[in-house]
Design a protein around this ligand. Structure first.
Ligand code: FE2
Length: 270
């Protein structure tokens, strides 16, 4: 099991040097956890903006007054419309922006407003499995290129009329190396949100991507690379979207509410 940096320290008390050290821990382990925080929307946005530039796409799950916050909840309004993203079903392994061409918002924060003790978020580090391989295997996986595109009924199932389906499908996808090099640490990591992988090549030769996925799953998804978290109110999780993947079990209590923010690390490394 990976051991994330865990603390009860008030995140609002951290200064520039602390944030840089914290960022390094997030890159390295994939995740850091702050317990017993007492943050309102504004404070949480201020924290995230100390790291970098935030996403604020003005979609249905972004409150108008706090456009940087994404509501993550299974709750619906009186007309049955979704209030948040990701619904209440199980979510398969993924990271932020898997179907996008440019991924730069690699810091995801999840802050628990209303807990559901029967739902678990799992995080898998994607750097450690690479360094546990032989040099030959490392070279082999570095020669692989993958094509990524969102496909419905893989990481989750969306109904035809779901507003989330429209913007998830809009992304054209991307072609990239299976093994990336982290922009801030230089370390290698597997980029393996496999539900999105639709093609693969070894060098320039096409290979069977499903076979490749099955071969890689037991290499990456080992218990020693994972961390499991049951959110309590006031928990703040911060994850690096290159050096980790995450998944979630189904939501049992639709009052569960997380505030999610996404940014880059540009303020830390300017
Ligand atoms: Fe996610």
């Amino acid at each position: 099991m990976i051991i994330p940096y865990k603390t009860d320290r008030d995140i609002l008390d951290l200064h520039k040097g602390d944030l840089k050290r914290l960022s390094n821990k997030i890159h390295k382990e994939g995740v850091a956890v702050f317990h017993d925080q007492d943050l309102n929307e504004e404070q949480l946005i201020t924290v995230q903006k100390q790291f970098g530039i935030c996403e604020a796409p003005d979609l249905f799950m972004n409150p108008k007054e706090y456009p940087e916050i994404f509501l993550v909840t299974g709750k619906k309004d009186e007309d049955g419309n979704k209030l948040g993203m990701f619904g209440d079903t199980e979510l398969g392994w993924h990271s932020n922006g898997n179907s996008r061409h440019n991924i730069d918002k690699i810091l995801i924060s999840l802050y628990c407003v209303n807990e559901d003790v029967n739902t678990t978020l799992s995080v898998c580090n994607t750097t450690k499995p690479f360094y546990d391989l032989t040099e030959d295997d490392q070279e082999y996986w570095k020669s692989i290129t993958v094509r990524l595109k969102f496909q419905n009924n893989t990481i989750y199932d969306l109904e035809e009329n779901d507003p989330e389906l429209e913007f998830m499908s809009k992304n054209k996808g991307s072609i990239r190396k299976l093994v990336g090099q982290h922009p801030h640490t230089g370390e290698y990591y597997f980029y393996f949100p496999y539900h999105f992988i639709t093609k693969a090549w070894e060098g320039t030769t096409p290979i069977d991507h499903n076979e490749m996925i099955e071969k890689l799953k037991p290499i990456i998804f080992r218990s020693k690379y994972q961390y499991h978290h049951v959110f309590k109110e006031g928990d703040l999780l911060m994850m690096d979207q290159f050096t980790s993947l995450h998944r979630r079990t189904p939501i049992m209590d639709n009052n569960r509410l997380l505030w999610r923010l996404a940014s880059d690390f540009s303020k830390i490394y300017e």
